[in-house]
Design a protein around this ligand. Structure first.
Ligand code: COA
Length: 260
């Protein structure tokens, strides 16, 4: 199958999926999310694939978030659909895959980009990686699982700080708080991910899938939290703050949010 926004390459039993919109820092539009979903489902169904490595094209970004230009004009209902479809087709699908997915975070992993990395089973970042959930600065909240997965990975306190301040953190800080497993020089990131993938690939695929099922057994119980996130995300689309935040991003200026 051929894709417009992603590259898929299989080398023996390791499949590499690369988001390929470098001129937009690999921002996730709806079409890219659908393509990622299809490619990852195909990899999961292919017995020849033992591990997937997910990355971004270029040397600047993993994924710099959901495509703001696409959803800036959305209504509350379309915002709800965007979040719910993303959850169902990609962000809640990846943790349930029997084939492990390693996120190779090779630069900016912001918003939906960090949420994508957090959906993966393992995260390794390059030294230049920058992570964060900038959504509150755009008048919205993380809508692809970020409000649920970040507190699980790093604890509620650090998660609140990252989400509410919209601050960006570097790879060493991400390592310190447990958001990622390892930091590598950028030119050795692929090698490190491939080495780990090879170590996994020699183990029993049945046992690897069973281990993922067991470790991620909380995914089904997390459905209620996901639904709260989807509704809270949608509710932002009705607000003046959302219009101001997204317009400011597109006009390349700082937003001014009202006090009331
Ligand atoms: N959605 C849509 N377009 C995006 C994008 C996103 N999330 N992130 C980057 N882009 C686009 C920019 O608009 C720009 O496009 P243009 O050249 O047509 O103007 C291009 O990618 C390059 O980005 P630019 O902002 O010029 O690069 P930079 O090096 O100055 O800044 C970032 C890099 C990551 C700090 C900045 O792009 C950014 O803040 N992106 C948005 C992050 C975000 O808020 N994500 C969450 C969205 S919910």
């Amino acid at each position: 199958m051929s894709y417009k926004n992603i590259l898929v390459n299989r080398d023996r039993n390791i499949c590499t999926v690369t988001v390929n919109r470098p001129s937009k820092l690999n921002a996730l539009n709806i079409e890219t999310i659908a393509e990622l979903s299809a490619a990852l489902k195909a990899a999961d169904a292919d017995p020849k694939v033992r591990v997937v490595i997910l990355s971004g094209a270029g040397d600047k970004a993993f994924v710099a978030g959901a495509d703001v230009s696409e959803f800036a004009s959305f209504s509350k209902q379309k915002g709800r659909e965007l979040s719910a479809t993303g959850h169902r087709e990609l962000f809640d699908m990846i943790p349930r895959m029997g084939t492990p997915v390693i996120a190779a975070i090779n630069g900016y992993a912001l918003g939906g980009g960090l949420e994508l990395a957090m959906s993966c089973h393992i995260r390794i970042a390059s030294e230049n990686a920058v992570m964060g959930l900038p959504e509150t600065g755009l008048g919205v909240i993380p809508g692809y699982g970020g409000t649920q997965r970040l507190p699980k990975l790093v604890g509620k306190g650090p998660a609140f700080e990252i989400i509410l301040s919209a601050k960006k953190i570097d790879a060493n800080e991400a390592l310190r708080i447990g958001l990622i497993n390892r930091v590598m020089p950028q030119d050795r990131l692929t090698e490190a991910c491939t080495d780990l993938a090879k170590r996994i690939a020699v183990n029993s695929p049945t046992a690897v899938a069973a281990a993922i099922r067991a470790v991620n057994s909380d995914e089904d119980a997390a459905e209620e939290g996901a639904n709260v996130e989807i509704e809270a995300f949608a509710s932002c689309f009705d607000s003046e703050d959302f219009k101001e935040g997204t317009s400011a991003f597109l006009e390349k200026r700082k937003p001014k949010f009202a006090l009331e």
